[in-house]
Design a protein around this ligand. Structure first.
Ligand code: SF4
Ligand code: SF4
Length: 331
C-alpha cells in the first residue's frame, strides 16, 4: 500500500467531523519546520535563502506541540531545513505520535543512518528522503559528492530496521525525465514504500530560470503520470492528471499551513507575505478568497502539491474515492 490504512481512516474521520460541523476552512496537513538549519545548500532551496538570517533559530518543543494541537490535522510533515538537526527532534516525534498523528519526516538522508537508533518504526511514522535524480545529478544539485549513495544506504538501513520510507523528488526545468525513470527504478528496487514527485517552485531569493512554467510542467508530467503502476508513486493520480494539464483545479491555500521559528507563514508554503504569532490570527487574517482565486500574480505558474492536493481531498466524490482506493493498493 502506498499509504497506511490507518492514515485513510484518520483522514476520513477528520473530514467527516469537519463536514458535520460545517467547517469549510481547515488544514489537512501541518507543515512543521522546527528549524531551517541545514547541513546542505541545495541549488533549488528557497527555504535556506529566505530564512538565511534566522537559520540557527529553532522553535521550542512546546511551540511545536501547540502548533500541532491548535491546527489539529491528522498528518504532520516535519521538515526544515534538516529537521534531524533540531535539538529536541526525538522528543518531538514521540510527542506527536502520542497524539495519534501520522508523521512524514523529511530529510536529505545524510544524517539518517546514524540517527535511526533514536526512533522506532511505526505505521504512523514515515521517513521521506530527498532525491532529485540519479547519483551524478543528485550530487550536483545538493552540491555534495557521495550524498546520493549515503542517502540510499540510509534508505536501505531504515527499511532493514522496519521503518516505512518514502522519497521526495522535485522536478526542475533541467530535470531529464529519463533520469527520473532510472532513479525511480532504483528507489523501487531499494524497497521504498512511496515516491513523491512534484514540480519545484520558489519566489524568494532564487533566480526563476530553474523553475518550470505550467506549460513545461505539463510536458514532463504527461510522461511521468503513466508510471503509477510501475513505481509506488504517492503523488495521487488526480493530482498527476492536473500536472499533465488534463484537468483544472483551484488552490486550497489553507490546506497545508506552515509553522516555523518566525511564526505561521501566511498565506502558504510558498509565498510569504507575513508571519503571524498565533494560529487564530493566521486563519482569521489571511485573505483566503484572494489566494484561492488564483488572482495573485505569484500564483500564475504554481501547481505545487501542498496547494492543489488538498483541493482533491476536499472535493472527493464516490468515483474519485474508488479510484484513489484502488491506486493506494498499487493497482
Ligand atoms: S536539504 Fe532541503 S532544506 Fe537543506 S538545502 Fe537542501 S532542499 Fe534546502
Ligand atoms: S497557488 Fe501556489 S502560490 Fe498561490 S496560494 Fe496556492 S499554493 Fe500558494
Amino acid at each position: 500500500m502506498r499509504f497506511p490504512l490507518s492514515l485513510y481512516v484518520s483522514m476520513t474521520g477528520y473530514l467527516l467531523k469537519n463536514m458535520l460541523t460545517g467547517r469549510k476552512v481547515f488544514p489537512l496537513v501541518l507543515m512543521l519546520e522546527p528549524t531551517h538549519r541545514c547541513n546542505l545548500s541545495c541549488a533549488g532551496c528557497g527555504r535556506i535563502r529566505e530564512y538565511h538570517d534566522t537559520l540557527d533559530h529553532e522553535m521550542t518543543l512546546e511551540d511545536c506541540l501547540q502548533a500541532v494541537d491548535e491546527s489539529g490535522p491528522p498528518v504532520v510533515t516535519i521538515t526544515g531545513g534538516e529537521p534531524l538537526l533540531y535539538s529536541r527532534v526525538d522528543e518531538l516525534v514521540r510527542a506527536v505520535l502520542a497524539r495519534g498523528k501520522h508523521i512524514y519526516f523529511c530529510t536529505n538522508g545524510l544524517l539518517l543512518e546514524d540517527n535511526l537508533h533514536r526512533f522506532r518504526p511505526s505505521s504512523h511514522f514515515t521517513w521521506n528522503v530527498h532525491f532529485d535524480g540519479t547519483e551524478t545529478v543528485h550530487d550536483e544539485i545538493i552540491g555534495r559528492r557521495g550524498g546520493f549513495q549515503r542517502a540510499l544506504a540510509a534508505v536501505r538501513a531504515a527499511k532493514k530496521r522496519g521503518f516505512r520510507v518514502s522519497t521526495n523528488t522535485t522536478v526542475y526545468r533541467e530535470t531529464d525525465v529519463d533520469d527520473l525513470e532510472a532513479l525511480f527504478a532504483q528507489l523501487a528496487a531499494a524497497g521504498v514504500d512511496g515516491i513523491l514527485v512534484a514540480p519545484g517552485f520558489s519566489y524568494v531569493d532564487l533566480k526563476g530560470e530553474i523553475f518550470l512554467t505550467r506549460q513545461e510542467i505539463m510536458e514532463k508530467f504527461r510522461r511521468i503520470r503513466h508510471w503509477s503502476r510501475r513505481f509506488p508513486l504517492i503523488s495521487n493520480p488526480i493530482y498527476l492528471d492536473f500536472l499533465a494539464g488534463l484537468l483544472e483545479l483551484d488552490c486550497t491555500p489553507w490546506g497545508n499551513p506552515t509553522r516555523n521559528p518566525r511564526g505561521w507563514k501566511s498565506p502558504c508554503y510558498l509565498i510569504t507575505d507575513t508571519h503571524f504569532d498565533s494560529y487564530a490570527e493566521f486563519m482569521a487574517q489571511t485573505d483566503w478568497d484572494h489566494y484561492a482565486s488564483g488572482r495573485d500574480p505569484r500564483c500564475e505558474q504554481c501547481m505545487v502539491h501542498c496547494g492543489y492536493e488538498p483541493t482533491i481531498v476536499r472535493s472527493m466524490n464516490g468515483r474519485n474515492l474508488f479510484r484513489m482506493l484502488r491506486w493506494n493498493l498499487y493497482a
